[in-house]
Design a protein around this ligand. Structure first.
Ligand code: NAG
Ligand code: NAG
Ligand code: NAG
Ligand code: NAG
Length: 336
């Protein structure tokens, strides 16, 4: 593990509504006169359920309402199920505690209960990674529950854009899929990941939300460098564009111009690759994995607008082996 961090999240519990409604001729009443939610992190998402209250009535359906204590409408209740949700962003610096009064009604009568909610300030954990670098280990190992049956436990990254870049498995191992430079949404050199950990117990579901700050440092202050330094290309295919090159520079957003360094490149590599249209890396030949499986291309990168920003990187092209039976021209007949 590169950055083992203990993530302690909030753990709250949604009761599954056990209990029996067999209270003949009793007035409506709550099962508990006090519900307590401890350590509710102030980063909890809107619409997350934090607790479920329950009242029983022998005569008619029960309706719930929050009747006091709901400062700035921070919470709301489902009037049929008694589930209480976060309704607005909660902020520890504003309120550290809420005392909600929840009233339940049936056709004849009503009862009330108190829901005490204690907030906790969230200090995000963070991890620092280098721009453009590949990571094979878990960036962070999140803590799993004590549940024996792992198939009932999931970790999920909420943000769709982040899901393209990070992935997390059911054992809580957060993986960086591809080297990164900056958050494409914000353009910043840091990411805020919200990760939801859900555990299905026999008695209900617990959810835990963790926030992780991923900071990206740009290691090379000397000029632009290639954002991807290893690429793959199948043998036996025709000449063509392999990839659009892209570069990273701590002090310039680009655009950049790319050229193969003729002083350094070996002859075989030089005749096999070209760069066209500023940034398209082009295979000029058909490769044979058995003959040579890797090429190292020295590339000079220049900022088009600011020529003082100039750097050099090595691009490794790995030639993939392709099975012979894919060699036929059958694809002309395929219906794809
Ligand atoms: C319960 O909530 C629903 C949806 O918000 C609303 O349509 C309905 O009128 C409410 N019922 C009562 C009895 O307040
Ligand atoms: C909630 O109630 C407790 C006593 O039960 C009290 O000490 C506290 O100040 C109350 N908090 C708010 C926000 O009303
Ligand atoms: C684990 O959970 C899955 C899905 O809920 C279930 O199919 C499986 O039988 C469980 N295994 C054990 C050992 O309880
Ligand atoms: C796993 O979840 C299923 C429902 O999704 C539940 O029936 C089962 O009891 C759970 N197993 C454990 C070990 O909690």
């Amino acid at each position: 593990m590169q950055f083992p961090i203990l993530i302690v999240g909030l753990f709250f519990f949604i009761g599954s509504g056990y209990g029996n409604d067999d209270f003949q001729d009793e007035k409506i009443h709550f099962e508990k006169s006090l519900y307590t939610v401890n350590d509710l992190f102030d980063t909890t998402n809107i619409n997350d359920v934090i607790v479920k209250v329950k009242a029983v009535s022998s005569s008619s359906p029960v309706t719930y309402e929050i009747t006091s204590g709901n400062l700035e409408n921070s919470f709301r209740i489902n009037n049929e199920t008694g589930e209480i949700f976060v309704n607005e962003f909660i902020d520890y610096s504003k309120f550290q505690q809420y005392n909600l009064t929840v009233t339940a009604y049936d056709d004849a009568d009503s009862d009330y209960t108190t829901v005490q909610i204690f907030l906790k300030e969230y200090y995000p954990s963070s991890v620092t990674i280098e721009a453009g670098k590949e990571y094979y280990d878990c960036l962070v190992q999140f803590q799993t529950s004590k549940t024996k049956n792992k198939s009932n436990e999931t970790f999920e990254i909420i943000n769709e854009i982040q899901k393209a870049i990070f992935t997390i498995d059911n054992h809580g191992c957060l993986i960086l899929k591809e080297p990164i430079y900056q958050d494409p949404e914000s353009g910043k050199l840091s990411w805020n990941l919200r990760i939801v950990h859900t555990v299905h117990h026999s008695a209900g579901i617990s959810t835990e939300m963790s926030l992780l700050e991923v900071n990206v440092i740009v290691p090379n202050e000397n000029g632009p460098f290639l954002s991807k330094q290893t690429i793959y290309w199948d043998e036996k295919q025709n000449a063509g564009v392999i990839i659009k090159l892209s570069a990273i520079d701590s002090q310039s957003p680009g655009p950049f111009n790319y050229e193969i360094d003729n002083d350094e490149v070996d002859a075989k590599t030089k005749e096999s690759f070209d760069i066209v249209d500023y940034d398209d890396l082009y295979a000029t030949v058909t490769f044979n994995h058995a003959e040579q499986s890797q090429y190292k291309i020295p590339i000079i990168i220049t900022d088009i607008v600011d020529p003082s920003r100039r750097g050099k990187s090595y691009l490794f092209v790995e030639i993939n082996q392709v099975e012979d039976d894919q060699d036929h021209d059958d694809f002309w007949l395929s219906t794809e």
